[in-house]
Ligand binder design. Sequence first.
Ligand code: C5P
Length: 214
Amino acid sequence: MIIAIDGPSGAGKSTVAKLLSKKLDFEYIDTGAMYRAFAYKFYRNNIDIGEENVNKVLLETDIDYNKSNVYLDGENVEDCIRNEQISILASEISKIQAVREKLVNIQRKIANSKNIVIDGRDVTTVVFPNAEFKFYITASARTRAERRYNELISKGENVSVEEILEDINKRDHNDMTRKNSPLKIADDAIVMDTSDLSIEEVTEELVNTIRGEK
Ligand code: C5P
């Protein structure tokens, strides 16, 4: 069974998806982590994200995802990819079609014949349009900025809510207006606004929906 969770950045998708996968004892795949890992290669090696460079580096890069960890060329980079620089680079790099094709293929391969919860911006529309369950998790931009702010502050990063809000608006715009696989609500997705709900409440609702309809 495939449970696909879509939605804008900072809506709590990943946290909900992770928790849901634990409750159902399914494997979890974070597709954003894969775009981030690829972007991290450019950041770490100081390579410019021009389409020509990206296409070249793509051929020499191996991305994998296993047990809630993302691997870049065999190295676990889970701890290096959750900061604002990588967020912005990942958003830029994910516009390039060749990158999407490669990562979508990897995602489909990993999911092959497994029960999975997968989250990311195109998982209900492009990666698994025939998933058994499709959810679109969203929240107001301000709520999302405040959540991201609390997360980053707890990791010791020095940021302001206004800065994050600006990044979120920029990323939303990038993700919704890009030519390749823009963020959008699949026709048959169940939409949930999490602005006034806790992670546990959202997860509970998803579990009820899944169990009720199974
Ligand atoms: O979800 P997360 O914030 O980790 O994703 C980082 C960036 O990767 C997003 O802003 C988006 O541009 C890109 N992404 C994507 N398609 C996905 C997952 C992430 O384009 N399925």
